[in-house]
Design a protein around this ligand. Structure first.
Ligand code: FAD
Length: 817
């Protein structure tokens, strides 16, 4: 097996060593610059609260896996996990509603959780003042992980399997030959390695710099205090010591950015309400010289005063105690709150597993171990992959701004459509100023600003009156009824959509086609002018991405992909092909190009007058592309549609974008077509049965399950082909239509069939064409059109019916023009 060096002996590195040894790897060395077992990182002082309910299914699954493992490692004298349960309390009606939403996530992801009333809150946590809480969310499987005990037990097991742990050994450099890792240089000598996994916690960015990898995490301080003895807590103290000494559930009071755990007859209090403390890593050792370890900064008593007052209000027993000690502990925050997992895109053998809480530690370690050993992590890691950010998003100021926001919002109620205020305008479409002039509301995707709808279209709601119900306030956040009018206008007349923010990659060179072919489920080797929709699969047949490949020239492909992960994947393939002697180049061209889609019944009237190309339905056929001069600029037309209407995506250079768009806009106006935003497009694509990768399907799903098996060719060789043929279909992505006009759904709501939790909603839109909400949801494969199901919206059951996959124009008549 490969020789592995793990950098960092915190909870993540140690869990990883254990997982690697369990997978039969014998040569595993864990190095830490600090002493062992308490190496001085975040794990050395972590209070270890584990709440498994999360908006992200992946983070919830990783937490559940961590709980299962740590429970299993516990012995009577080494309690790794103390399953005291979790209680999150609400002190405002908004928070109480949010707890219902969270209970929905728990049901969706298969966790146990229940919204309970005030009396139950106090029964579960008798220190609570009933006058202060409106209710709570009880999660009986949550609890306290004792990080140091988990580290000790896993280390012992890993060492028994042959792993070595080296204390006081700092990694100074990572050694490479070509684009492969060959070892690390430490202050105690060189360690040869085929695989190096960086588990350096909040030192992750600095370790990444050793190999030219930007790891977008920010070391931040977070205050934690322990009280003196609390008489009211004494009866609930467990006679055992350490983390075992608790019987009270872990408690979160998120309205005040506070959480609590019991340490015997004392209470530990963590606080996120203070201003973000961004740690200066260049002076870390000076700043912490007087502290017990480098992950502890001095405590700020003044910054904690409000937290202490509020704590005494909700837990009156604390009035009989004082703060005994406190510290500002350091750990990682990231731009989107997710961890950093995965391979270095340009250096084979170097992996990252950082910005991981104790809560997800063992689950993440198992996923990374699977990924390193088999090539597949076994879960949807798209939201955790260190390669998920566009280069512009990796700008340090942007990373710090977004990560600081993640700190501030850690306990906030986050709307699924919320758009951050920080680090905006990182990537602008060539049409940005025009969109601003049209009154666009913007969302952000991979750092790109993209219009959601246009205020200039407000009067459309009169031209296309839609009998939409009154939407609940939560649904209307980050949304506008204008989007419905834009959707209707597109179907009835036509719509222009700025597709510039969608990631485009050019693959060029004599071996371009041969390099791409094995990565996708359809053969791209077709005549110039052909376009194919295909999938990228992993070895297990899971959907890594869906792509549109245009053969624009014999040795040039333009591939529409789903973002930075695909760019990294294609670049990696090209690098390896070149190493085998191929001539191929992969280049992202998103920012240098501009793409406008023209879709709808009047699309021909908009575009035909601007070009000599025969753009009639039979001239440029469906799934064909051609170069042409459009409105005087050199452009490329691709006859595809993400909304299910006749038309093209027209791509030109960024510098010509405005000119092209102006001409298209003028003709559009003449026929009554409109600019549409992403919200309208989302509604249209859901009506049409089109999937959004990352939302509706991920690498955990097969093409058959996700309803995209039509894109898998029988006569083509590709990665995952054998697995796809063998995978049983147990669950499926279904299309649902709500029974009642006024039902709305967003995402992640639990799906029930005959009273049991059977799945969850992935995306949904209120559809003007149907006059009701259309949603996609994962559920059992044996659900059939017509079956009655329910989805839960803030604790209320809504009835829906399973529908045929495509709601609008299943015969593709509109696409044909
Ligand atoms: P660490 O434990 O920091 O380990 C990284 C190791 O890498 C360190 O030991 C370091 O010495 C080593 N290292 C770095 N650079 C080098 C080098 N060049 N060479 C060799 N070794 C190197 N999480 C929860 O889930 N629940 C909680 O309740 C919770 N509460 C918290 C409260 C506080 C006050 C803090 C600070 C954090 C809390 N966390 C909590 C977060 C959690 O503690 C961390 O996310 C987790 O411990 C990180 O583990 P790790 O193994 O990645 O990092």
């Amino acid at each position: 097996g490969p020789r592995v060096v793990v950098i960092g002996a915190g909870i993540v590195g140690t869990s990883l060593a254990d997982e690697l040894v369990a997978r039969g790897l014998g040569d595993v060395t864990v190095v830490d610059r600090g002493p062992l077992p308490a190496a001085g990182g975040s794990s050395s002082h972590a209070p270890g609260l584990v709440f498994a309910t999360n908006a992200s299914r992946t983070l919830s699954d990783l937490a559940a896996a961590t709980i299962t493992k740590f429970r299993g490692l516990s012995t009577p004298d080494a309690l790794c996990f103390n399953a005291v349960g979790g209680l999150e309390v609400a002190t405002t009606p908004e928070r109480l509603a949010e707890l219902h939403r969270k209970a929905g996530w728990a049901a969706s992801w298969g966790r146990r959780a229940e919204v309970v009333d005030t009396a139950d809150c106090v029964r579960l946590h008798p220190l609570l003042d009933p006058a202060t809480v409106l209710g709570g969310l009880h999660t009986p499987d949550d609890g306290l992980a004792d990080a140091l005990t988990c580290i000790a037990v896993q280390r012992r097991r890993a060492e028994a399997g042959g792993a070595r742990f080296l204390a006081d050994t700092q990694v100074l450099d990572v050694l490479t030959v070509g684009d492969r890792v060959v070892g690390v240089r430490t202050d105690a000598g060189v360690l040869d390695a085929d695989v190096v996994v960086s588990c350096g916690g909040f030192w992750g960015a600095e370790l990444g710099e050793l190999v030219g990898l930007t790891v977008p995490l920010v070391a931040m301080g977070h205050e934690y205090v322990t009280t003196t003895a609390v008489p009211a807590a004494a009866p609930f103290a467990d006679p055992r010591t350490g983390h075992a000494a608790a019987t009270l559930p872990i408690l979160r009071h998120q309205n005040a950015d506070l959480y609590y755990r019991q340490h015997g007859d004392r209470i530990g209090i963590g606080y996120y309400g203070h201003d973000p403390v961004v740690v200066d890593m260049t002076s870390l050792y000076d700043d912490t010289a007087d502290q017990p370890m480098p992950s502890m900064l001095p405590f700020s008593a003044s910054g904690f005063r409000a937290a202490w007052d509020e704590s005494q209000r909700v837990l009156p027993g604390l009035r009989d105690a004082a703060i005994a000690d406190g510290f500002t502990g350091i750990f990682s925050f990231t731009p989107d709150g997710g961890p950093m997992l995965g391979p270095h895109p340009g250096l084979d053998g170097f992996w990252v597993a950082e910005a991981i809480w104790v809560t997800q530690s063992a689950g993440a370690a198992a996923a990374i171990a699977d990924w390193v050993v088999t090539g597949a992590p076994g879960i949807d890691v798209s939201g955790c992959d260190v390669n998920r950010f566009a280069p512009a998003e990796l700008d340090r100021d942007a990373v710090v701004a977004r990560s600081s926001r993640a700190f501030v919002e850690v306990y906030d109620i986050i709307h699924p459509r919320a758009v951050p205020a920080e680090a905006r305008d990182l990537r602008l479409s060539a049409l940005h100023d025009d969109h601003v002039a049209r009154g666009a509301s913007f969302g952000v995707s991979h750092g790109c600003e993209r219009p959601l709808w246009f205020a200039a279209n407000r009067s459309l709601t009169e031209r296309f009156p839609i009998d939409a119900p009154g939407m609940p306030e939560w649904y209307t956040r980050g949304w506008s009824p204008i989007a419905l009018a834009e959707a209707v206008a597109t179907r009835e007349v036509g719509g222009l959509f700025d597709m510039s923010s969608l990631t485009r990659v050019e693959i060029s060179g004599p071996d371009a086609v041969a390099t791409l072919a094995p990565l996708i489920t359809r053969d791209p080797d077709r005549p110039v002018g052909s376009v194919v929709y295909a999938l990228m699969l992993d070895e297990t047949g899971g959907v890594l991405s869906d792509v549109t490949v245009a053969r624009v020239d014999h040795d040039r492909l333009v591939v529409g992909v789903n973002g930075p992960l695909d760019v990294a994947r294609l670049s990696h393939a090209a690098r390896h092909a070149r190493a085998r002697g191929a001539t191929v180049d992969v280049r992202e061209i998103t920012d240098e190009t501009c793409c406008v889609a023209v879709w709808g019944p009047r699309a021909l009237d908009i575009v035909a007058p601007l070009t000599d190309l025969d753009v009639s339905p039979s001239g440029l056929r469906y799934y064909r592309c051609a170069d042409a001069v459009v409105a005087g600029v050199q452009a490329s037309l691709t006859r595809v549609s993400y909304v299910g209407e006749f038309g093209w995506e027209i791509t030109t250079s960024a510098s010509d974008g405005s000119r092209l768009a102006a001409a298209l806009g003028e003709n559009a106006e003449r026929v009554g077509a409109v600019w549409g935003g992403r919200a309208a497009m989302d509604c249209l694509r859901i009506e049409k049965g089109y999937r959004s990768w990352g939302t509706d399907m991920t690498r955990t799903d097969s093409p058959h399950e996700a309803g995209v098996a039509f894109a898998v060719a029988k006569d083509h060789e590709f990665v995952g082909r054998a697995a796809v043929a063998e995978r049983p279909v147990v669950r499926q992505l279904h299309t649902l239509v709500a029974d009642d006009r006024d039902t709305v759904l967003l995402e992640s709501e639990p799906l029930r069939h005959r009273g049991s939790d059977v799945g969850y909603v992935t995306s949904a839109a209120w559809s003007p064409a149907v006059g009701a909400t259309v949603a996609y949801a994962w559920g059992p494969a044996d659900l059939r059109p017509g079956d009655a199901v329910t989805a839960e919206w803030f604790g209320q059951e809504r009835s829906l019916r399973v529908a045929p996959p495509v709601t609008v124009d299943p015969e593709n008549l509109r696409l044909k023009g």
